[in-house]
Design a protein around this ligand. Structure first.
Ligand SMILES: Cc1cc2nc3c(=O)[nH]c(=O)nc-3n(C[C@H](O)[C@H](O)[C@H](O)COP(=O)(O)OP(=O)(O)OC[C@H]3O[C@@H](n4cnc5c(N)ncnc54)[C@H](O)[C@@H]3O)c2cc1C
Length: 292
């Protein structure tokens, strides 16, 4: 049976992996080593079934991974930067900074939506010059000046998507050091940011010393790409900041499923485990129906 790629090694991703693997699929779980998710931030978990004594989130996280490895699930530590439709393969490609993975089905389980940059103008100009998806929107910025906010591999991925279209791409690291080499044609400013400004659409970015950088578009790519950023790039439907799923965790794109904190509702381990199980089984059914 073909491969299911799961993005995220938290309770949703690992639960999906257990059900998909036990159903006979080849399963790869890719998870970020930099952002290990919500569970690892929980000091104590004591409201989950079967815990006679409380357990740290970190320990539960590791136990989950060990259990899935025991039944043959492969784990890769890397940041996923995009999921795309495969050209020569009836499925998807999951892109990490190291390599691309073919997948007949993908389960998005990368946790809650990431915080957006808390400065004036970001929320106000979303869709009016503030974008979270370079692949989706680069074409609208032909021969225009754009800025990418971020400093790591995800920001580099967005920069590379914009360079063939934009007149100038500036990387704004918002006080961070660039974490990887960026092309020489990209201007880099490391100052903190204080606002995104404009009238009907974005016109400039302001720095704390009062200086401004005129730009037509601002692309947010801080840290590691979250579930909703990855979903947006594929045209997966969202409801607010959450991925829209049906009762079997299917998104609007056949073969793409989502589970856990990236969908709406309760943000708890129990819900992530249930939805993961449902997504794993639904992905198996999808492969069987496609006969791959
Ligand atoms: C401080 C705190 C305390 C909590 N206490 C409790 C509690 O007591 N009880 C309870 O039930 N719940 C608690 N929760 C909530 C619970 O931790 C979450 O509901 C649960 O972890 C969600 O699971 P998930 O698998 O959807 O996401 P997460 O656990 O967030 O896992 C996300 C996974 O995605 C990976 N990832 C993200 N982006 C990428 C990328 N671009 N590429 C590759 N991998 C990526 C991460 O590395 C991680 O493996 C708490 C949460 C916090 C923050």
């Amino acid at each position: 049976m073909a491969q299911i790629v799961i993005i995220g090694a938290g309770p949703a991703g690992v639960s999906a992996a257990l059900y998909a693997r036990r159903g006979g699929a080849e399963v790869v779980v890719i998870s970020s080593g930099k952002d290990t998710g919500s569970l690892t931030k929980a000091h104590k978990i004591e409201n989950y079934y079967g815990l006679a004594e409380s357990v740290s989130g970190e320990e539960l996280f590791q136990r989950g991974i060990e259990g899935a490895k025991r039944i043959g699930v492969d784990f890769i530590e890397d940041d996923v930067v995009a999921v795309t439709f495969a050209e020569d393969f009836h499925g998807f490609q999951v892109e990490t900074k190291q390599k691309n993975f073919d997948a007949a089905s993908v389960i998005l389980a990368a946790g809650a939506a990431h915080k957006t940059l808390p400065i004036p103008g970001v929320r106000e100009f979303e869709g009016k010059g503030v974008s979270y998806c370079a692949i989706c929107d680069a074409f609208f910025y032909r021969q225009k000046n754009v800025a990418v906010i971020g400093a790591g591999e995800y920001a580099l991925h967005e920069v590379l998507a914009l360079l063939p279209h934009a007149a100038q791409v500036t990387l704004l690291t918002n006080g961070e050091e660039p974490a990887c080499p960026f092309p020489e044609s990209v201007a880099i400013r490391k100052d903190k940011l204080s606002a995104v400004e404009g009238s009907i659409r974005v016109q400039q970015v302001r720095f704390p010393d009062g200086s401004v950088l005129p730009v037509d578009g601002v692309f947010l790519a801080m840290g590691v790409a979250g579930s909703t950023e990855l979903a947006r790039k594929m045209g997966v439907m969202l409801e607010g900041n959450a991925i829209k799923v049906d009762e079997h965790m299917a998104t609007n794109i056949p073969g793409i499923f989502a589970a856990g904190d990236c969908t709406s509702g309760l943000r708890q381990v129990a819900k992530a485990v249930y939805q993961g199980a449902e997504a794993g089984l639904a992905a198996l059914r999808f492969l069987r129906e496609k006969d791959v």
